[in-house]
Design a protein around this ligand. Structure first.
Ligand code: PHE
Ligand code: NA
Length: 459
């Protein structure tokens, strides 16, 4: 192994730069890009929010991704062991314990609702394949979606199917077959998105959509919108819960951390922007509401598939590929928990997967009920910022906007202030100027930006 002395040679390394990029892209590209990015962009007024999100990716996301990958490779072990090995200072025990706790908690909470949304995608494979979408009006498409949300048992069924898919792969140990599938299925998803964008260009809403997405109107950007943009930079790049740290531990020493991190971030951002360009023309051409919320893609894309030639085929394929993208992300959410149970609690993989998976699955029921029976239940509604938020909304808000940025803040402090500068410099192998830019950003800009957004939102 190329990691620190004493690290476990059995772990093996990714075969190449490509293998790492595939695994990291598999984790990053998912519902965050295709489901969440368009709907939060719609809710937060478009262009100014998109710009803020891009700034957060560049100034906070990429530096932290580099830091996570660097820590992982330096330690060459699971995140908790790597952090311990790198410092070997017992005084810092609470720090890595806290990072571990943030990662485990975030994994549980995110996967619980992620799987429910993954279940929506599973359900839509059947909807598209059976031709139900063909020639439907926006109202009829909307009714199909509300029908799904109002039916807890159906939601539970598809949530269970999605959760089972994730658990099967994690129980068997994340396989290289999945990596190979990413090489084919991710580009396929990209091509299908391009097809929808192509259709959207003819729909009559394209120029309004382009203006909505890319002409910033800062009067529409609120303080909480900035928090959402920051949180989404973490969520979409799978940062703040040590996923990239775990993957980085397999990266061979001779590969550039900066180049690979930037590549993954560009692919992830590209998919999100493409999803936006596929969805908003349909929104405007059909007089739909950009701020419709979490159902946005399920009320727009089916409309496009119902109108375009070979729409049932494209629609079916699209939702299958969306499930695949969500699946690879779901695996990366469950994997750290299972690894932690194995390593720290000495449980075997099958037992830890079943245990952790069942807890996530059960937690998911609260999100399912938030869509119907508990739709008016806002447990923390007395907090002005959380007014009207269901359990599902709260889980999404708390993980993406609080927990992941907090985890990222710890990573930035750890890599920027705690680790020895020489060790970090050697691991990254950047030119002196590029290193200073990264190090300075991580030490000052990133923590200040995260802290400032937090403080502003509390006031
Ligand atoms: N990045 C994934 C997405 O955009 C979600 C995710 C978050 C995965 C955090 C792992 C860790 O869909
Ligand atoms: Na993403």
């Amino acid at each position: 192994s190329g990691a620190l002395e004493g690290s476990n040679a059995k772990r093996g390394l990714w075969s190449s730069r490509l293998a790492f990029i595939l695994a990291a892209t598999g984790s990053a590209v998912g519902l965050g890009n295709i489901w969440k990015f368009p709907y939060i962009t719609g809710e937060n007024g478009g262009g100014a929010f998109v710009l803020m999100y891009l700034i957060c990716i560049a100034v906070v996301g990429i530096p932290i991704m580099m830091a996570e990958v660097m820590i992982g490779r330096r330690g060459g072990r699971s995140p908790v062991s790597s952090l311990r090995l790198i410092t070997e200072r017992d005084g810092l025990r609470p720090v890595w314990k806290m990072m571990g706790a943030v990662g485990i908690l975030a994994g549980f909470l995110i996967l619980s609702f992620y799987s429910v949304i993954g279940g929506w995608a599973v359900s839509y494979v059947g909807t598209a394949a059976s031709g139900q979408l063909t020639g439907q009006s926006a109202d009829a498409i909307g009714a199909i979606f509300s029908g799904l949300l109002s039916d807890p048992m159906t939601l539970l069924l598809w949530h269970s199917v999605f959760m089972a898919l994730v658990m099967v792969v994690v129980a068997r140990g994340v396989s290289s077959g999945l990596e190979r599938a990413v090489t084919i299925l991710m580009p396929a998803l990209f091509v299908l998105l391009l097809i929808v964008v192509g259709y959207a260009m003819t729909s009559g809403g394209f120029s309004r959509a382009a203006a909505f997405l890319f002409q910033p109107d800062f009067s529409k950007l609120t303080t909480s919108g900035v928090l959402v943009a920051l949180g989404h930079a973490f969520f979409t790049l799978s940062l703040g819960m040590a996923v990239m740290m775990a993957y980085g531990s397999y990266l061979p020493k001779n590969i550039s951390i900066a180049k690979t991190s930037i590549t993954v971030s560009i692919i992830d951002t590209g998919v999100a922007l493409l999803a936006g360009m596929a969805i908003f023309p349909i929104v405007f051409a059909n007089g739909l509401e950009p701020g419709a919320g979490p159902g946005l893609i399920f009320q727009t894309l089916p409309l496009a598939f119902g109108q375009m030639p070979m729409g049932s085929l494209f629609g079916t394929l699209f939702f299958v590929l969306l499930i695949f993208a969500a699946w690879t992300s779901g695996i990366s959410l469950l994997e750290p928990i299972v690894e932690w149970l194995e390593e720290q609690k000495g449980m075997n993989r099958t037992v830890s997967t079943i245990g952790a998976g069942l807890v996530c699955w059960a937690l998911g029921i609260a999100s399912i009920l938030s869509l119907n029976l508990w739709a008016d239940f806002a447990p923390l509604g007395f907090v002005p910022m959380l007014e009207g938020k269901t359990i599902f909304d709260l889980l999404d808000f708390f993980t993406a906007n609080i927990l992941l940025p907090l985890g990222g803040l710890l990573v930035a402090i750890f890599a920027g202030w705690v680790m020895s500068r020489q060790a970090v410099e050697k691991e990254l192998a950047l030119s002196p100027g590029a290193f200073r830019l990264w190090h300075g950003t991580l030490r000052f800009v990133t923590p200040v930006a995260v802290a400032a957004v937090f403080v502003y939102n509390l006031m």
